[in-house]
Write a protein that binds this ligand. Structure first.
Ligand SMILES: Nc1ccccc1C(=O)C[C@H](N)C(=O)O
Length: 306
């Protein structure tokens, strides 16, 4: 049997879900366990705002650096204390279903990473309705090209994305760098509670006309591309961590597990972690803490201790 066809039929439980169930599965705030849905979203913004204010007030940084000509094409760079040309860079792409969120409230991981010598770049992109998915993917590509050109002596560029931002980061597994005149020194991906197959999202209210045709969804689905036409890692040592929270919905778990399995089959150096006792929001906001398991995994990966 054709594995792709068979796999799609056997492995697409969302096709058997009612509209309400699908809506539920793709509403992360409905799955939080410690707070109410609204409260979780509010706390997430609040922690992001505070972490960003603190990062901007305490360290060396460059804010609102343009990486393209568009009004929204800006990024913030937070540097470690020790000045060095050869820094590792972690670039972060925020979530919010491609239609909310901002770089100005997403500097969660800045303090624990800069303290260990990592430069952190928080990237803005044009969320919907201003931006289309194709434009967002293009902007993310441009932001990475910008960092590579600006810091050619970097000790590695690591991409980290959360939720919709993990989708955007994962799209970079498919990027064609040659047309940009530079191949970024990509050493790792940290994909946190992401969505990699956009087809089910088409059928939810979150879609808000981001995806109008199945072709839009497939073109912007790393899972679909990697499965139908596997890409090879440019650098075989490039690490990919696919991670999901214990309290993320079963559909989010499925999305992460399937991406991980597809990456392994394609020869990528991938690993998978289900992080215990965290929901879709805690999995990210805990990155403000240096002792949090994901902070430690990121640091160990960057400094090659595992
Ligand atoms: N604001 C976010 C930030 C990051 C990730 C997701 C969201 C969401 O709002 C998801 C969805 N609208 C929810 O209510 O679960």
């Amino acid at each position: 049997m054709d594995d792709l066809e068979g796999g799609a039929k056997r492995g697409a439980p969302w096709k058997r879900m009612s509209k309400e169930e699908l809506e539920n599965q793709y509403s992360p705030s409905r799955w939080v366990v410690r707070l109410g849905a609204e409260e979780a979203l509010r706390t997430y913004s609040q922690i992001g705002n505070e972490a960003t204010k603190r990062a901007q007030a305490t360290g060396r940084n460059l804010l609102d650096v343009p990486y393209g000509d568009g009004e929204g094409e800006k990024l913030d760079i937070y540097f470690p204390e020790a000045v060095s040309e050869a820094l590792p860079f972690l670039m972060f792409f925020h979530g919010g279903y491609w239609q909310s969120g901002s770089k100005d409230s997403s500097a969660f991981m800045v303090s624990p990473l800069t303290a260990q010598g990592v430069a952190v770049v928080i990237v803005a992109y044009d969320i919907a309705p201003k931006g289309t998915l194709d434009q967002m993917v293009d902007q993310v590509t441009q932001s990475i090209v910008f960092v590579q050109k600006q810091y050619p002596g970097n000790q590695g560029i690591y991409l980290c994305g959360h939720s919709a931002g993990a989708h955007l980061a994962a799209m970079m597994l498919l990027a064609n760098w040659t047309k940009h005149g530079v191949t970024p020194n990509l050493k790792g991906f940290f994909l946190v509670s992401g969505i990699y197959d956009l087809e089910p999202v088409m059928h939810t209210s979150e879609n808000a006309s981001l995806l109008t045709t199945l072709e839009d969804a497939q073109r912007n689905s790393p899972q679909w591309h990697l499965k139908t036409a596997p890409t090879q890692p440019v650098d075989p040592a490039c690490r990919i961590l696919v991670t999901v929270g214990q309290h993320d919905s079963p559909e989010f778990h499925r999305q992460s597990r399937e991406l991980y399995q597809t990456l392994c089959r394609g020869g990528w150096k991938a690993s998978f972690e289900e992080l215990r006792d965290v929901d879709h929001f805690e999995i990210l906001w805990n990155l403000t803490q240096k002792d949090y398991v994901l902070t430690q995994i990121i640091l160990k990966t960057i400094f090659q201790e595992s």
